[in-house]
Structure formats: C-alpha cells, structure tokens
Write a protein that binds this ligand. Structure first.
Ligand SMILES: [Zn+2]
Length: 280
C-alpha cells in the first residue's frame, strides 16, 4: 500500500505548537483508480510543489504534513460523507452531498475540469470505503493527533492549511473567469482563527510585497472549519497562493521565480513561528 502522507517533525525540544498541512500536494494514484482522463487534466487539481514551497517551516520549528495521494482520487479537504450519490452503483444513506459535490468536487470528484467527467463507470460503496480507510482517515487521524498533543502539552495550537490556486478560476469555481490575487487568507469570515494570528500572516505577506485578500473567494474548506476551536485556543487558517508566482501553469514545472517565492514563504513561516512562540 502507498503511504497516505508524510509528517515532517521539527527538533522535538524546540517544536512549536504550529502545524502546516498540505492536503492537495499528492500526485499518486493507487492502482484501483480507473479513468480515461488525461494525466495533464488530472494534474489541474494538484497543489503542485506546495510541500517544497513551505518546507522551511520545519526549520522554523513547525510540523509539516503532506498528502501523497492525488485529490482527484480522494479529497482530504472534504467531509468524509460529502459524496455525490450519482457516482455510486447503489443507494447509500451515508452520503451527505454539499455544494462541493454539486460542483463536481466532493470527496470523490465527479469532474476533473468543467465538462470532463473522471469516471465512465459507477463506483461501489466498498471502493469509496477503501479510499476513506486507506488514505482519508490516516491523514485526518495523524493531523488530529498532532494538533491534540500539541494543544494538551502547550495550551494552544496553530494550524495553517496550505493550498495553491490557478491564477484564474474556471466554471467549476465560484469566481469563474476572474484573475486572482497573490494570496488569499481564509479564516471562515473571522471564525476559525484569532484576528491577531490572521493579521500576523497577512502583514508578513504584505511586507514581502504581495497582494493579500481575505476570504474571497476562499473562506477555508473542511480542514480549517473542522479543526478550529478558537475559544479553546485552537486556530486554523487557510493560505492559498497563486500558482503563477512559482510555476508554469500549463506544464506544471517550477518557473524562474520559484526559489524567490520559496524564500519569501520561509520568511512568512518564520514570522508566524515567532508569533506562536510569543503565545506559549
Ligand atoms: Zn488545495
């Protein structure tokens, strides 16, 4: 079996209660994935190189959790029952499709791109359960465990959910056709992280010259809303970075600015780490 994730830990003695995770940085498809969609089209959902971009966070005493499996196989940033019944061979009352499933982007994606269905065939309940048991729950369990342990031992925990976005939305996106800013911070409209924490991240990006927007169009997905509990000092913030800043969006290769952008993200994670260190 393919390992569902990689967890990179900082030197234990200096570890901060700060966890970066990247649920869409995986590009592996397990052998039971059957689709006629081209590799190129399947790559569009990949948050390419996000793990490499944020790897400096570990040197700044944070944890970094990276998914190995493609989000086109199972999307870790969805509720486990956000399943479109149309994908299934039989009815399953477990399914609770949300707006993501309606757009073809639920736990199991129906569409790779607008008008590009992933499957010619229906899936069985067992096939979906396997994706949950082998890949989805192990990722969520290790994230939950890491956050809980840090919260218990240090009294608070700060979680950054890292993503990348196409420079322009397509028809499956709620901002279809529009050019996107450099960075979008999602704190679920001020409810998933303290205002102070969000401001630290925002100021860090602005100081490096980036155009930052909050919550539009991305407020934060399932991970941020599921793991946040601000009243109990558990903060989750989603960071979306524009792919145009670091890669060629057609060829999925790093562009000449990759190293500069990686250096800037290292700097941003250092600022965030300084803030977290000041809170414990
Ligand atoms: Zn993503």
């Amino acid at each position: 079996m393919i390992l569902p994730y990689i967890l990179i830990s900082p030197v234990e003695k200096q570890a901060l209660p700060l966890v970066f995770d990247s649920p869409h940085s995986g590009d592996i498809f397990p052998a039971d994935f059957v689709s006629k969609v081209s590799k190129q089209n399947l790559k569009t959902g990949w948050d390419a190189f996000v793990g490499e971009l944020w790897q400096g966070a570990v040197n700044n005493n944070a944890y970094l959790l990276l998914a190995n499996i493609s989000r086109m196989y199972v999307d870790l940033n969805r509720a486990p029952n956000d399943i479109d019944p149309v994908l299934l061979d039989t009815a399953w009352d477990y399914c609770q499709p949300t707006k993501y499933s309606d757009r073809g982007m639920g736990l199991i994606r129906r569409l790779a791109l607008p008008d590009v269905p992933i499957y010619d065939q229906v899936l069985s309940q067992k096939q979906i359960q396997t994706r949950l048991d082998h890949y989805y729950y192990p990722y969520h369990n290790v994230l939950r465990q890491t956050l809980d342990t840090l919260h218990q031992t240090q009294g608070g925990v700060w979680h950054i959910d890292c993503h990348s976005m196409k420079s322009r939305g397509n028809e499956m996106n709620i901002d279809s056709g529009l050019l996107r800013p450099d960075v979008i911070l999602g704190d679920n409209d001020g409810t998933s992280a303290s205002a102070e924490f969000v401001k630290v991240a925002e100021d860090a990006f602005i100081e490096r010259g980036y155009h930052v927007v909050r919550n539009t169009p991305y407020k934060g997905g399932y991970l941020v809303t599921h793991y946040a509990d601000v009243q109990h000092n558990r903060h989750s913030l989603q960071i979306e970075v524009n792919r145009d800043l670091y890669m060629n969006e057609d060829s999925f290769t790093p562009n000449p600015n990759f190293k500069n952008f990686q250096t800037d993200l290292n700097w941003v994670s250092a600022k965030i780490a300084d803030y977290v260190a000041s809170q414990i």
